[in-house]
Design a protein around this ligand. Sequence first.
Ligand code: FHN
Length: 594
Amino acid sequence: MAHGNNRGWFYESKFGMFIHWGLYAVPGGLWHGREMDYIGEWIQAKFRIPNSEYEKLAEQFNPVGFDAEEWVSTARAAGMRYLVYTAKHHEGFAMYHSKVSPFNIVDATPFGRDPLAELAVACRKYGIKLGIYYSQDLDWHEPDGGDPGPEFPKNFGMSWGNDWDFPEYSRKDFNRYFEEKAMPQLTELLTNYGPLGLIWFDCAVSITKEQSVRITAMVKQLQPECLMNTRLGNGFGDIGSLGDNELPSARREGLWESPLTMNDTWGFKINDSNWKYAPQLIENLVGLVSKDTNCLLNVGPKPDGRFPEPAVKILEEIGVWMKRNSAALHACSGNPFPYDFEWGYMTVGRSNGCTVLNLFLREPVASDFVLEGLHDRVLHCYEPGQPDTELPFEQRRKLHIDLRTVTGQNTLTAVVVVLDTDAAPSIDKRLLAQNGRLCLKPCMGKLQHDESQLATTALGVDTAGETRSSANHSKLAPNGSLVDWHNPGDGITWEFVLSEPGHYRIEIVTTARVHSSPWSDGQRIRIDCGDGNWESQLRGHVVAKGCYEQGMSAAGILRVHEPGVQSLTLSMTALGNPKNVNMALDEVWLTKSR
Ligand code: FHN
């Protein structure tokens, strides 16, 4: 994938560190003995803390343990190549020296230092691109800060704007805040800290199209190379932002990024000990890179300026793994096959002038690895970092690699397959079952909309990162899932190749579409395939927890008498529980019974 210079660094970096640090780190999720049940940086909105009280946190904020070099070198050692620092989050506090507002870390705290200036120096020293998070819309400290109004759906029961200090919505003049704080602060950030890799905008709930245009023009004027993410709003931005902790279904054109948390919060929370395991995060990273999507992994530093110890440990573990495997990620492109593999992930890179396929195998690895649909000749196979370790292989119609001598690691063992070409790999682009398994994604299918049918429920919610429309028909979300399926006339058809006759189990994977809401089944579906058609009800179990619960349901058996091209159409005749409008269709798995 070719990118201009200013895009190339982002595409090649793959892995960045997100840093959520602000006054909210001081209470760390606790307010007068009360524990909040949401992300830590939202504490002011959660407890509707008046500005007069919230401002006092600045007096207690003295992060003497802050060491820019330590943060940046930790990121570098973990294999990260860029860093995005919250210069101002929704609380409105500038975590840099702002002349626009005294509500900033230099003028309002005993600390009196500018961490952003120190980070800019450290980033240059360690070859890390510096990015800045700036809440361009929400600003709870300002009377005119972003507020979509009382009619707008709440965010988990909380107001988006500050309606506790500034309840009169009709008096709010967002443009005044925009001209007097957001634009001048963005000018400071773009002028005073050297070259920026990107600006990370967020929660575009009030910003107008003209204002998004103004920001774009200013960024391009002051730092033409600086990228912006699409949460700038109104369709602007260079980097497509997926939802928080959202994983894409498939590769897409352009620059993409998914922000991930290490526990359940972004800003530090004293009692959030729900840390993810490093192997899980490594798997997320590799899965994202295999879909040409960068991973922006968050750290929420403590109020003393240090990273939480569990975060440091996780980053160290990731660093050990990356040391051996990063060449198979950085500067590589995603999986060239149009489907996922049951055994793990694939990226495409280069080694000594040849194109290579990097295979990332989940444990336990079968001793005989089989890949179908590769047309290029394989020259040799080895483990990364050990090019002398030749792995025996055989290539006829399929590629077989003997993995018995692989030393591997506990997490995703990598194997490099060197091809006899320096061009893009030549592969069968059809949806082809590998080892009797095939994963069908909505973005690989053909959507059908019966225009004479009407949706059974109306949706009209539009929140940051989670856009649900009131349109009559289902559509593909940016992550490639099929969403807003509330019309019984909608369907989706896939054409695919099964080279072995037999019985294939059909399993349907769906996700709760809305952050933190439970997964549910009970939808009535219809399947039409070469073998006939039937109706059934989805009944399954949760297969992945986390921010978006995912569940898998059995949906019958596809009987294949003749190998070759097959088709399958899935439609939904009823949603069951009305709450199922939250559902997104992620995948349909076909598995051959042995
Ligand atoms: O509201 C913010 C949240 O606090 C956090 O900064 C995340 C990071 O992606 N963005 C918003 C929610 O999507």
